[in-house]
Design a protein around this ligand. Sequence first.
Ligand SMILES: *[C@@H]1O[C@H](CO)[C@@H](O)[C@H](O)[C@H]1NC(C)=O
Ligand SMILES: *[C@@H]1O[C@H](CO)[C@@H](O)[C@H](O)[C@H]1NC(C)=O
Ligand SMILES: *[C@@H]1O[C@H](CO)[C@@H](O)[C@H](O)[C@H]1NC(C)=O
Length: 288
Amino acid sequence: MYVASILALALVCATQTHGFSEKAVFCQTNALNQATYNFINFIGFPGAWSQSNASALWKTYYPLAYFLNQQVSATPGSINGFYTVCNGFEQLWGMLLGFGNQNCLTAENLINGMTVDPGTAFSVVGLLNKYKFICGAGFYTLLRERNIDCVQRVIANFNTTFALCLATYQANVQHDPTSACRYIGDFTSCNALVFNTSACTNGNNVDFWWGCEGSLQFALAQFPSCRHARSCTINRSPFGIGGFERELMEYSKTHYKFENGQHWFKLPDIFKEINGKWVLSENDWVTG
Ligand SMILES: *[C@@H]1O[C@H](CO)[C@@H](O)[C@H](O)[C@H]1NC(C)=O
Ligand SMILES: *[C@@H]1O[C@H](CO)[C@@H](O)[C@H](O)[C@H]1NC(C)=O
Ligand SMILES: *[C@@H]1O[C@H](CO)[C@@H](O)[C@H](O)[C@H]1NC(C)=O
């Protein structure tokens, strides 16, 4: 039974492609431009934009991703950045929904309707998914646990490591999409472990849950059927620590060290070309 369910999961992942149907998604270009223009102005995203070309924002990943990271982490301890970004998204979704254009920002429309390359499209939609979490359950948890400043410091101080967690994940799903669920497991551990360095709440540190869930939401944009391959749930009981936390503790034994006053992370295994063959190989230790 157990083996059968694992096989079933692997098959579901294996058939996951981005081959959408030919039928076009409903999206009015004007509505997307208008809602995006409003979003750009509201969050203060830099650059020359107009009502007629704002939707080009969704055609590249890194500028927006870095900007949002910067905004939410700019002032540790202050929630103003979160408010600006999250209210901006709230308005964006409201405007799109109001026009009946909520499917404009799906991977399907970005790829087929706006000719964005699939890799970028899934990253952009992943980023949107991640911010739905960050602005929803993620935000309320940070407030409740009063560790917003720790999370902000990690976002600001480890962006190289996060970028490399992402690059590793993307290289792996590109070379071996049939094992996407496995690489999502690595990707979420890679992110969660960095957040666990911000151990500044007393005993009830949930930062790594935050890092896990945000990166999981990102990845599910492309591989929704991997939802059950990773649970970020923290499972503490009088009998000990279980669930994701236990898994991450195991992972950290081989992927984390503190040396010369710095946190070091070993990136998950990555596909490398060795003697003309692509093989999953050991990856580098990184910091910062
Ligand atoms: C959008 O249009 C404005 C005004 O016409 C122009 O200055 C800007 O370069 C355009 N931006 C993009 C991203 O195409
Ligand atoms: C780190 O973030 C800054 C903006 O906040 C960006 O310009 C830079 O390219 C990022 N670097 C990496 C490696 O992620
Ligand atoms: C997180 O870090 C703390 C402090 O270094 C450590 O005790 C704990 O085991 C870590 N938790 C996980 C899940 O890695």
